[in-house]
Design a binder for this molecule. Structure first.
Ligand SMILES: NC(=O)c1ccc[n+]([C@@H]2O[C@H](COP(=O)([O-])OP(=O)(O)OC[C@H]3O[C@@H](n4cnc5c(N)ncnc54)[C@H](OP(=O)(O)O)[C@@H]3O)[C@@H](O)[C@H]2O)c1
Length: 267
């Protein structure tokens, strides 16, 4: 099969949660640039609409914004109702919206557990449950629809920062991906996860005061992630090329997981 067909995401209907900025926007950009029909979501309507407009202007394709707080089932139902007014099927669901909470062990609060576990884990489960009929609609034995969950290398390695609920939640995302992939494949839906390493974003930026130099130095690839790194992997996981890859957690981290335990500081 020719490359263009093997990796094509053209005309696919794609829903990306947390698509207003950061990793979600990077992934959205990759799909729009390659001819997908992309829907992005976040809580803040003005932000997500601005992003959709920016991406449309840049690539001339289709990008529509929805605003909803999806950390609870009500918000997920609201998002579904909006999506349902526009589409009767979904080819690729990308569960990207996430939150982090950092606090020392001594003072780590209950809200820091609830907020992170709700959005990062519970939401993914209920998003898949709610959108299941849409994902099943066009799913066929030789053309499977996709779910891509965004985990983290913090769910694999012990993190640098005191973000207890976050790393545990991300490990849960990886496990949930495996568990659900075993069930979803019977409906011709493929579920995989991406475990990103450091990518410039509001979330990571707030932890490092938007100075990525130390993180870059500690990375085996001597840099943080770029939009094409994460978009390329997401496109692979949404395309024909990955049709026999199921329930995997694929790191996208410049080699951090592979080199865990090695001293990379060199200072
Ligand atoms: N950046 C990294 O280095 C890194 C590394 C590993 C994993 N990740 C993971 O990648 C994903 C994206 O992270 P990011 O770094 O791009 O974060 P980010 O810049 O903070 O973006 C988070 C996105 O999620 C949306 N969001 C947050 N809470 C929401 C809610 N309750 N309902 C709906 N949308 C919500 C945000 O928009 P609103 O605030 O308007 O809602 C925004 O669009 C997360 O799952 C994160 O854990 C990131």
């Amino acid at each position: 099969m020719k490359l263009e067909k093997l990796f094509s995401v053209k005309d696919k209907t794609v829903l990306i949660t947390g698509g207003s900025r950061g990793i979600g926007e990077m992934i959205a950009e990759g799909f729009i640039a390659n001819g997908s029909k992309v829907y992005i979501t976040s809580r803040k309507g003005s932000d997500v609409r601005e992003t959709a407009e920016r991406l449309r202007e840049r690539y001339g394709g289709f990008c529509k914004a929805f605003s909803s707080d999806i950390s609870n089932v009500n918000g997920i139902e609201g998002l579904y109702a909006e999506f349902n007014k526009n589409e009767d099927h979904l080819d690729v669901l990308i569960n990207n919206a996430g939150a982090v909470w950092g606090e020392p062990l001594e003072s780590f609060s209950e809200v820091g557990w609830d907020k992170v576990m709700d959005l990062n884990v519970k939401t993914i489960f209920f998003m898949i449950q709610k959108f299941l009929p849409m994902l099943k609609k066009n799913a066929k034995q030789d053309s499977k629809t996709r779910v891509i969950n965004i985990g983290s290398i913090d769910g694999i390695n012990t993190p640098y920062y005191e973000n207890y609920s976050y790393s545990v939640a991300k490990a849960a995302v990886h496990k949930l991906t495996k568990v659900l992939s075993a069930r979803l494949i019977s409906d011709n839906i493929i579920c995989n996860a991406i475990a990103p390493g450091p990518f410039p974003s509001k979330m990571l930026g707030s932890a490092v005061e938007h100075d990525y130099s130390i993180i870059s130095k500690k990375n085996p690839s001597s840099r943080v992630g770029r939009p094409e790194d994460i978009a390329g992997l997401a496109i692979f996981l949404a395309s024909k090329a990955s049709e026999y890859t199921i329930g995997e957690v694929v790191s996208c981290d410049g080699g951090l997981v592979a080199s865990a335990g090695h001293d990379l500081t060199n200072d």
